[in-house]
Design a protein around this ligand. Structure first.
Ligand SMILES: Cc1cc2nc3c(=O)[nH]c(=O)nc-3n(C[C@H](O)[C@H](O)[C@H](O)COP(=O)(O)OP(=O)(O)OC[C@H]3O[C@@H](n4cnc5c(N)ncnc54)[C@H](O)[C@@H]3O)c2cc1C
Ligand code: FES
Length: 270
């Protein structure tokens, strides 16, 4: 059995929810694998009924509901794959590979996690908070979006005991500007700096800024990268991530070595 067939499964769509104007949540029924999914991991989804779309599309595992045997993906419609995915119906069977990649880890002595998300970069953090629910850790989210109607699941994050800081590009909710601006201020004034770990996912410019912040405050930080992928399991070499080290250039693969990396060990391109 090769790695590809080992991780392949077919899951029926259990329910579909429109979360914002262009963001959908799909819940799939897969009771055997759902308890195994870890935050940060992803599934590589074959787009149903679209023979012209050859490559699978990767999506973070957004949340799990072990009681119902379901896991969810949350996605924005950005092209033909996500448009086709939005149109699937309850009961439609979807072929996927997963769970793929590594996951967010939270050291035992952590006192605070700070999650920094831009746009759909928020997707993997719901499951991460689900996993941290019974740990006595302060949970803070810095979440930036283009405008107020683009935010996803704000109430649900609060129900998971997270404190939210919001920014929008147009000032329609929260502070106007980049999400890293209130993060800088927060860290300059926050008492709890030791045993704080940063986790980030989203646009490249935000990731670069978080890299700077992690260096400045000497805080460990992890990034989930969203390189364009094809196979998802280390065969095509299409998702190379350069390591930040002197001398000869070395690369890791986002799909198998990641997608989660210590932010100061890689070069964030773009
Ligand atoms: C590990 C991983 C996890 C991801 N998780 C999520 C998620 O939870 N929710 C979500 O909405 N998206 C996620 N993405 C991005 C998602 O895979 C792409 O948006 C999707 O493949 C686009 O498919 P499409 O056919 O609709 O777009 P295409 O027609 O293929 O492309 C349309 C546009 O989207 C851009 N695009 C394509 N792939 C990516 C990508 N990987 N990252 C950023 N832009 C891309 C293209 O450059 C193009 O501008 C993830 C990507 C990776 C690698
Ligand atoms: S997507 Fe093929 S090697 Fe990573």
């Amino acid at each position: 059995m090769n790695q590809n067939s080992k991780k392949m499964f077919v899951a029926p769509l259990y329910s579909k929810q429109k979360v914002t104007k262009s963001v959908y949540r799909l819940d799939f029924y897969e009771p055997d694998l759902t308890p195994l999914f870890r935050a940060g991991q992803f599934v590589n989804v074959s787009i149903p009924r679209c023979k012209e779309i050859v490559w699978r599309r990767p999506f973070s595992i957004h949340r799990v509901n072990s009681d119902k045997g379901c896991f969810s993906v949350l996605f924005d419609i950005v092209g033909r794959g996500t448009l086709a995915l939005k149109n699937i119906q309850k009961g439609d069977k979807v072929n996927m590979l997963g769970p793929l990649g590594n996951s967010f880890e939270c050291p035992d002595d952590t006192e605070q996690v700070i999650l920094i998300a831009g746009g759909l970069g928020i997707a993997p953090f719901y499951l991460f908070l689900q996993q941290l629910e019974h740990r006595d850790i302060k949970k803070t989210i810095f979440y930036g979006a283009a405008s107020a109607e683009r935010f996803c699941c704000l109430n649900e994050f609060e129900q998971l005991d997270a404190t939210l800081y919001l920014t929008t590009d147009d000032g329609s909710e929260g502070e106007s500007g980049l999400i890293t601006e209130p993060l800088w201020r927060y860290l300059e004034t926050a008492e709890l700096k030791r045993k704080t770990v940063l986790y980030t996912c989203g646009p490249t410019l935000m990731l670069k800024e978080v890299q700077k912040i992690s260096k400045q405050f000497k805080l460990p930080a992890f990034v989930s990268v969203e390189n364009v992928m094809a196979c998802g399991f280390g065969a095509c070499m299409g998702c190379a991530v350069p390591l930040d080290q002197p001398g000869e250039k070395r690369y890791l693969l986002a799909c198998t070595d990641g997608p989660v990396f210590p932010i100061n060990e890689i070069v964030i391109d773009g």
